[in-house]
Design a protein around this ligand. Structure first.
Ligand code: GLP
Length: 242
């Protein structure tokens, strides 16, 4: 696990975007695994800027998002479909048929999850998986206690995650309590992983992920077992690493 500490959120966003851009330049048909949340917003903005400057071509890029709230449709402004469209896809030349996000309205959730894993495999697997981290150490929506052998499936959100994500909703009781999320095993299959964390609220999770025991109680700690992980943190999030 290599750790890159940068000054602040602006630097973190640029650093992550440069790494993703390099991936796309070296392999124009890269398969990217993408996260949502506040943290990657700056990264997506920089990628859009690189595209507008003529540096990047997304026409052959394939994407798979980590998760989607269960019960929210693509037109719902609080869905991760809408988030991705708003922050990235609407502004670059990605081919809509190359974009994959779990369907939060799926009637047969098991079939949806199975098909999602098959699509990742058929695309050749994920070249670069970008990740954020929850305050409780979750990656995707894989909450503490998630087995390391999990694939895409329906998950229940913890009270802590619902509270953390309530800021996007009118009230905490409107936050969906379930989501469809890629599993720990799905994430670990990616060839390269880049995790982003910003701000002092993530410092404890970052410390436990990098220096703590590898345990399902701290889902992100599993990344210590992956051969190619880069953690990009700003100074505040790196505060407890020394
Ligand atoms: C959500 C997402 C995660 C994300 C986490 C942290 O729960 N499912 O993929 O990493 O939030 O979000 P933020 O970056 O807003 O702190």
């Amino acid at each position: 696990m290599r750790t890159i500490v940068v000054k602040d959120y602006v630097a973190l966003s640029k650093c992550a975007a440069v790494i993703v851009a390099g991936q796309i330049m070296y392999k124009p048909d890269s398969v990217l695994g993408l996260p949502t949340g506040s943290t990657p917003e700056g990264t997506y903005k920089n990628l859009v800027d690189f595209y507008k400057e003529g540096l990047l071509d997304f026409s052959r890029v394939v994407t798979f998002n980590l998760d989607e709230y269960y019960g929210l449709g693509p037109q719902d402004k609080l869905s991760y479909h809408w988030y991705m469209h708003h922050h990235l896809f609407a502004h670059v030349n990605i081919d809509p048929k190359n974009v994959h996000i779990p369907n939060g309205l799926a009637e047969d959730v098991e079939a949806e999850c199975r098909a999602y894993e098959e699509k990742i495999d058929r695309a050749g697997g994920i070249d670069l998986q970008l990740l954020g981290i929850g305050r409780n150490g979750h990656i995707g929506f894989n909450e503490p206690g998630t087995g390391f052998d999990t694939l895409t499936r329906m998950v229940r959100l913890t009270a802590d995650t619902i509270a953390a994500n309530a800021r996007f909703f009118a009230s905490p009781d409107q936050v969906p309590v379930q989501a469809i999320s890629m599993g720990i095993k799905s994430i670990m299959k990616a060839r390269r992983i880049v995790l982003l964390a910003s701000g002092s609220g993530k410092a404890q999770a970052v410390r436990d992920m990098v220096l703590g025991a590898v345990t399902p109680e701290m889902p992100a700690s599993v990344l210590q077992l992956h051969p190619d992980v880069t953690v990009i943190v700003d100074r505040e999030a790196a505060r407890l690493l020394d």
